[in-house]
Design a protein around this ligand. Structure first.
Ligand SMILES: NC(=O)CC[C@H](N)C(=O)O
Length: 222
């Protein structure tokens, strides 16, 4: 598996994501937001967490208009894998690669703690390492994690089994307790919780590791 991790000014989870990819044997290329192409042979693009462009305008809005995001969209349109975590999920909704928007948390406060998540579907190359319905503990750290979409979109996400994760104890007001969603071809994942922060025993929890192992199993390249 060859992973590209996009780095924006203000990203702060880019190296954590690279470490999680490397831990499952991936080759990792760090890609600067001003680059206009992805490295040859990239299987998956990781859009990391953080505060791209200082969260100015709206979280992820400026990053979504950076030169590399045109390439990320083209990669997704070719059927490539793209995974956005936290600020990365915000970027993917801003690019239109995933539906909906991440609004200010219902309690208006930044929340930084480990929360219970339910694996809503095991039918994706991200979630196939879990049992559907399994409860896992994954950290969150955001102030704009309140997932919103219109009723038709929410119904479609459920109807197409595209809700990847839901909160066990909704911390931010997200509709339908949604913590992560998949694209219609199931290759683009956006999620607010941080699996890369629960991928090593030193993190205090390893429930995120199965996501990276599943991906590595699916994306075996020469
Ligand atoms: N950890 C993150 O990626 C945070 C995302 C964004 N800056 C927010 O606070 O909502």
């Amino acid at each position: 598996m060859h992973a590209a991790v996009i780095v924006f000014p203000g990203s702060n989870c880019d190296r954590d994501l690279a470490v999680a990819f490397k831990a499952v044997g991936a080759k990792v290329s760090m890609v600067w937001h001003k680059d206009t192409s992805l490295p040859e042979g990239v299987d998956i693009v990781g859009v990391p967490g953080g505060f791209s462009y200082g969260d100015y305008l709206r979280c992820g809005a400026i990053a979504a208009n950076s030169p590399i995001c045109r390439e990320v969209a083209a990669h997704a349109e070719r059927g490539g894998y793209v995974m956005g975590i936290c600020n990365g999920f915000q970027v993917l909704t801003e690019t239109g690669l995933l539906p909906g928007a991440l609004l200010r948390n219902a309690g208006l406060k930044y929340i930084c703690r480990t929360v219970p998540l339910r694996v809503a579907t095991a039918d994706s190359d991200y979630t196939s390492g879990y049992e559907a319905g399994a409860m896992i503990d994954i950290p969150i750290a955001h102030h704009d994690g309140n997932y919103f979409a219109d009723g038709d979109t929410i119904a479609k996400l459920h109807g197409e089994d595209r809700v990847a994760f839901t909160y066990g104890d909704n911390p931010n007001g997200s509709q339908s307790d949604i913590a992560g969603i998949l694209s219609s071809n199931r290759r683009v994942l956006g999620m607010m919780p941080h699996p890369e922060r629960a991928a090593d025993a030193g993190h205090g929890g390893t429930d995120g590791a199965a996501l990276f192992r599943a991906l590595a199993g699916a994306l075996v390249t020469a």
